[in-house]
Design a protein around this ligand. Structure first.
Ligand code: DAH
Length: 280
């Protein structure tokens, strides 16, 4: 109609113009209607989707927790503190004196070889056991003393499910007048009872460690089955705890303590495997 508008009389043209205007208004109104219809529908859908039931219980916020090794370490520290021990922290890098000589570890010992120990220079190495803390404790405190020293130790090892080049130990040391092997056994027994429960028993197997004489490895009855045999203790009823013994006279002499006046015991236990067993 627009095209042919030119050939119309003025009256016809006005009438046509009016019709066109009406048509345009009609179409615009229809579009408007459809648009507001769509918008209302979209809003209703959105509201439906975002509806919040304020009566539902909230989503629980899950708090984090300390690493299992930290939890176990704190538990062990508490036990030793309750028995009158002081908790000591010490260096992870040590020289030959602390790592070996003062601990009565001879020059030929395999632990001194770079195959087993991380050397960072000719004379400095990452400690491979917390037993180095025995030396620091005796130098710093002088006897009588009771010290427990948790910390990281380092050994050259290929990591797998049960080996790690860095792991955790706790060292214990007690030096006093007239200390006997009976005191060591009683202390260890009390320790495992406080950690695993009053039914726990221990056994000592003779063993060799250069810094003690006599030396023993300590086992305790499985905390899972109580000694009957299960998966945790691999059927034996016993779990290995660590090493122990009466402090060697040479170790006392290395820090200027007279072994005729003072005796003592030491023990060391690993945390990682114990932690894995305890927490499954
Ligand atoms: N340091 C030893 C280890 O890593 C464990 C040990 C044995 C600690 C005998 C001691 C001890 O204090 O007396 O295998």
């Amino acid at each position: 109609e627009m095209k042919t508008l030119g050939g119309l009389s003025p009256e016809e043209r006005r009438a046509a113009g009016q019709r066109l205007n009406e048509l345009k208004n009609y179409v615009e109104a229809e579009i408007e209607k459809l648009q507001s219809g769509f918008a209302a529908k979209r809003e209703a859908e959105q509201l439906g989707k975002e509806r919040i039931d304020v009566t539902l219980p909230g989503r629980r916020i899950r708090p984090g927790h300390l690493h299992p090794i930290t939890l176990l370490r704190q538990k062990i520290e508490d036990i030793f503190v309750s028995m009158g021990y002081e908790i000591e922290d010490g260096p992870e890098i040590e020289n030959d004196f602390y790592n070996f000589d003062a601990l009565n570890i001879p020059a030929s010992h395999p632990a001194r070889s770079p195959q087993d120990t991380f050397y960072i220079s000719e004379r400095l190495a990452l400690r491979s056991q917390t037993s180095t803390m025995q030396i620091h404790a005796m130098q710093k405190r002088r006897p009588p003393l009771r010290v427990a020293a948790p910390g990281r130790v380092f050994r050259r090892d290929t990591p797998d499910a049960t080996h790690n080049p860095m792991f955790y130990q706790v060292e214990g040391l007690l030096i006093d007048r007239g200390v006997t092997l009976g005191d060591l056994k009683g202390t260890v027994e009390e320790f495992v009872r406080l950690l695993f429960g009053p039914e726990t028993r221990t056994r000592f197997r003779p063993s060799y460690f250069p810094f003690v004489e006599p030396g023993a490895e300590i086992d305790y009855t499985c905390f899972k089955c109580g000694g009957g045999g299960c998966r945790v203790c691999k059927g034996s009823g016993w779990i290995e705890m660590g090493g122990s013994g009466m402090v060697h006279p040479n170790v006392l002499r290395a820090v200027g303590i007279d072994p005729e006046e003072f005796t003592g015991f030491a023990f060391g236990l690993g945390l990682d495997r114990l932690c894995a067993l305890m927490y499954g």
